[in-house]
Design a protein around this ligand. Structure first.
Ligand code: 0R9
Length: 660
């Protein structure tokens, strides 16, 4: 826990803000919309830290009409006393010295993301202006900073105090208020996204039980819709209930576990549903870890052991029986696992996997103990038996699927068979450069085959709508011919034998029509990848192709427009007397057109599918693809968006920076 006394003397001083201005990507990953939001998360994280350490109960986030954002917490207030060696007040050091602040001093700030925790000074450096108000000891203090072009130096001097720390007056308030305007000279887009901010704040409220987070977007016209309040006294248990909205639970009560070992704190909430997929969402220091890591490994191992031991104790498993596998116990599981880790090391493609090896045994010990206690409790016997019985059935189904798979493998070699007649493979042997286009319909498939660059582009046409795999067991998926060819084409295998190393394509591109049917097909394919080949998505291999909606032609000039905005622009640029073609489907394009607009890497637009927000995607998938109609109808009224704007892959050579 944080120590109660933190004077400015503890602040570690490292380096200046100039570096941040020069290479913002190094500090916030990217200057796209994602990077912009990163600024806000920096400040929000500091407020949440103050609250989760027990000093604040309220966090308020406001998006203002002038484009600025502000964050308030009712905690102790940032230190305003003088820093002993720098001779400046604590707040000034926090906002002007890179890596200052307790976050980098482990004795004071125990847990922080490590990714988000790059500090308030980075936000200051990348803002046009920033103000901080501290309400402390009945006094209201204020300090302001600006970033301005200095003609003498010929560059922007960032984060400079506009004056000394001021005393504004007396106050009964407590806490810290930070407001900043992101600099439009740094960011491609300086507009905060209401839904993105709202979703993250809701997530933080679930992850931090009892903290009241108020979100106001002053840009919203309707007063009713302007403010949302997120506060969950049930914390991650409430989160699991929310995720299971639209699913049928196997037991009413959420199983909640919590414990601490050395410096690792771990909490887990679980509830089983009658479905077949596994929905495990893990976090480290409030940061989502979609690629798992040591905390998940510890959790899974303890989980399997506790349930197998229970199944033996109660005679559900006999001496002669094999243990059930972890997968069997995770069928239909919805789980939120949160871990607080000192000095987290994030690894993997998208830095979404926890590397710290010491965390595994800690989480394992905590969960084994807690889950065994739960299973031994007499009042839980009915639920426990229902769960184990379901796992036994899962094991039987898994065995049946294995047999099906073996049979298919024998007949056609699932992983290696050449797909006569269906897949048009490419000639290139460098797998990471190869692309697989999954194309809706035979006629578009035909155009794609003729139009493509066969050196690195392979085409798999899909006939009709594929099977909706939500709530289908692997066995049923394998019985479906379309999916079998897809699995064979990818080369990875599926289920237990899935291996991303065997993937034959660096990019897997879904190409469907820009209509309702096309959207449905896309959703089905994404559901399939999400449920059965998540690594394909987390590894950044799945893309959505963007065919144009219109062709504007005049004389020899042709412009393709991908949305209505672009159409308006195109029409304006060619002037009167043009012909307009609206494409209803991919099939209407001839091979050259398809290449020119959708497949040629130097002009096409692809959207990379991410599951940054895997929990939301899971909930959405259930609602949109599951079997309950009501929640679907409710949801469609709002909007469902798998594709974030900032995940566009632009034409060749203009790739967006990656990172988080
Ligand atoms: C509006 C967003 N909130 C903040 O940025 C915020 C930072 C912060 C804080 C302390 C209290 N409230 C805060 N809000 C704080 C922390 C500690 C002692 N006193 C006050 C401590 O960690 O022991 N600080 C976060 C870092 C620091 N203060 C500092 F100490 F490094 F300056």
């Amino acid at each position: 826990m944080a120590s109660q006394t933190y004077t400015a003397g503890n602040i570690q001083v490292l380096e200046g803000l100039e570096a941040v201005r020069l290479r913002p990507g190094m500090y916030i990953g990217t200057t796209s919309s994602r990077g912009l939001h990163h600024l806000l998360w920096e400040i929000v994280d500091n407020a949440i830290d103050e609250a989760s350490n027990g000093f604040a109960s309220e966090v308020t986030v406001t998006l203002h009409k002038d484009g600025s954002a502000s964050v308030y917490d009712n905690g102790r207030g940032m230190p305003v006393d003088m820093h002993p060696t720098m001779g400046k007040p604590g707040v000034e050091v926090i906002f002007t010295v890179l890596h200052a602040g307790g976050k980098f001093n482990n004795e004071n700030y125990s847990y922080s993301g490590g990714l988000h925790g790059v500090g308030a000074s980075v936000v200051n450096a990348l803002s046009k202006w920033l103000t901080v108000d501290v309400f402390l000891n009945w006094t209201h203090y204020r300090m302001a900073f600006t970033s301005e072009y200095d003609p003498a130096k010929g560059k922007v001097v960032a984060g400079v105090p506009s004056g000394p720390l001021e005393v504004i007056g007396n106050t009964r308030k407590k806490g810290t208020l930070v407001r900043f305007l992101p600099d439009d000279a740094v960011f491609e887009d300086v507009t905060f996204n209401t839904e993105q901010v709202s979703r993250r704040l809701q997530e933080l409220a679930y992850l931090n039980k009892g903290i009241r987070i108020t979100f106001t977007d002053e840009r919203v016209a309707s007063a009713e819709e302007r403010t949302r309040v997120f506060c969950y006294d049930g914390g991650i248990s409430d989160y699991v209930r929310y995720l299971n909205d639209g699913k049928t639970p196997l037991h009413e009560n959420i199983i909640y576990m919590e414990g601490r070992k050395d410096s690792t704190v771990c909490r887990a909430a679980i509830q089983y549903t009658d479905g077949y997929s596994e929905s495990l969402f893990s976090y480290v220091n409030n940061i989502n870890t979609p690629e798992g890591g040591s905390h998940e490994a510890g959790f899974k191992s303890a989980f399997t052991k506790a349930f197998n031991d229970f199944a033996r104790r109660t005679g559900i498993l006999k001496d002669k029986d094999n243990n059930l596998s972890g997968e069997d116990f995770r069928e239909g599981l919805t789980c939120v696992l949160t871990t607080m880790v000192r000095n987290p090391q994030f690894e993997g493609q998208t830095k979404g996997r926890l590397g710290n090896s010491e965390v595994r045994p800690a989480v394992e010990a905590i969960i084994l103990q807690q889950l065994t206690d739960w299973l031994d409790n007499l009042k839980n016997q009915e639920d426990a038996t229902a769960i184990v019985t379901k796992a036994v059935r899962a094991a039987q189904a898994r065995e049946a699927a294995r047999k099906t798979r073996d049979n298919i493998r024998k007949a056609s070699a699932l992983e290696t068979a050449p797909l006569v007649g269906k897949l048009s493979s490419c000639t290139g042997r460098k797998y990471e450069d190869n692309e697989l286009f999954i194309v809706e319909g035979d006629s578009a498939g035909g155009s794609a085959k003729q139009g493509r660059d066969r050196r690195f582009q392979a085409i798999l046409p899909l006939r009709g709508k594929p099977l909706n795999v939500e709530k289908k067991r692997l066995e049923q998926v394998l019985a479906n011919e379309e999916f079998r060819s897809l699995i064979t084409a990818l080369g990875t295998g599926i289920g237990e034998s899935f291996s991303i190393q065997n993937l034959k394509y660096g990019k897997v591109v879904i190409l469907s029509d820009a209509d309702q049917d096309g959207a449905h097909i896309r959703a089905i394919l994404l559901t399939f990848f999400f449920r059965y080949m998540k690594e394909l998505i987390t590894g950044g291999h799945v893309y959505i192709g963007m065919p144009p909606l219109y062709k504007v032609a005049k004389g020899t000039k042709t412009i393709y427009a991908y949305d209505d905005k672009e159409l308006a622009k195109a029409v304006k640029s060619v002037g009167k007397g043009y012909t307009l073609q609206r494409y209803k489907g991919l099939g209407e394009m001839n091979p050259e057109q398809l290449w020119e607009t959708t497949m040629d890497p130097s002009v096409r637009k692809l959207i990379r599918v991410t599951i940054e927000d895997a929990a939301q995607v899971d909930r959405l998938t259930t609602i949109l693809m599951g079997d309950k109609v009501e929640p679907r109808r409710d949801y469609i009224c709002e909007h469902a968006d798998f594709n974030r704007q900032d995940n566009f892959e632009l034409p060749d050579g203009q790739k967006q920076e990656g990172g988080r």
